[in-house]
Write a protein that binds this ligand. Sequence first.
Ligand code: AMP
Ligand code: GLY
Length: 427
Amino acid sequence: MGRKILIVGSGGREHALALRLLASDSVDEVIGCPGNAGMRRPPPDLAHKTLRVAEGSPVEVARREQVDLVVIGPEVPLCEGLADRLRAEGVLCYGPSGAAARLEGSKAFMKEFCRRHGIRVARDVIVRAPDELGRALASFEAPPVVKADGLCAGKGVVVAESHQEAKEAAERMLSGQSFGAAGATVVLEERLLGAEASVHAICDGQNSFVLPAAQDHKRIGEGDTGPNTGGMGTYAPAPLVDAVLAERVRKEIIERVVDGMAADGTPFTGTLFAGLMITPEGEPVTLEFNVRFGDPETQVLTMITEGDFGEALCAAARGELSADLLQVTESHAVCVVLASEGYPGTPRVGDVITGIERAEEESDVRIFHAGTKLRGEELVTAGGRVLGVTARGSSLAAARDRAYAACDRIEFAGKQLRRDIGARALG
Ligand code: AMP
Ligand code: GLY
């Protein structure tokens, strides 16, 4: 009998992980907890397997369902120690301990860790009280980037245009007005120029398997305009990170984190996601670490790897990752997010979604659900980012054309999308 795997979370990332795991030879069944509307049944090509959702706390569901592995999607349960609780129950779990998750959960911890282990980061000053702010600000010639220490659902960073704006943002954080306790400590950081890339590595506490670099598109508007979002689309591999740079990222960043965490007694098991700025001199500088798969980076990364993903994550969870479990293919993938009207402000919900089956008729296309729900028999919008329309191709242009053809088959009132996903790499 094949494996039964529980995925904690409810977004597009979790749907993508679920389908990638379900496509693994060693996996028969995947359960989303709580999952989403897309995870209630398997897609037609995997109809011989089981995909479903379950209610309840992940620890309870894991125990009740006797699953072989739990994969934790989002950062909040990781930072709250869910992996520790599962391991204490004897459940095999892919995801870092609460102590290791501080790499994402505290930016001050991350910066101190990087300094101790020789990982290049932007110059920073950590501010723990309002009376330290004036001096800290004065030490930056150009306006610094202001970061709340704790988890803020991706909203805790202010790229200030003036010292005054930085001061006001920092004051709002320190007073608790912006993010409550998550802003009680603030990191002021030198603003770097360059192009951003995300590098993900699957880690087993000692070893890592580095995936191709991806690029996200954070702003709502084409040409990187308008407010920030959770991510409007991704593509991979990102040619910005060539083979030489990828090797440097592996050696100077990923391996140093894995070795440093092990040396500090908090080994890192799970996905390490390095958010990098590639400076105009071609230097990779780490802006942030996430301790989980990115959303929507996962949607493209899962499309360009081959091998038994279920076996690879189980091996990583057991501390027995080996390099031959996964292979990176020669293909390219593009994910275009379809968002609802109003996003990234208050999204309108309840609009009927049509055309998904027709979109999926395109070969090498997957439609990952995020903010959807079933209203009777109808699928309706239920959040800001609704669907991640993802396609694979033998070139970036082919993958992009296929993804947009699929996007055009899906309709709902107020549908928003960016038409320039991947444009940077296509020139
Ligand atoms: P973070 O959550 O730390 O990745 O920050 C969110 C976004 O803020 C990044 O993706 C960058 O676009 C921007 N950012 C963060 N730190 C810096 C920095 N030191 N210089 C320039 N931009 C930054
Ligand atoms: N796409 C960015 C993130 O998952 O944090």
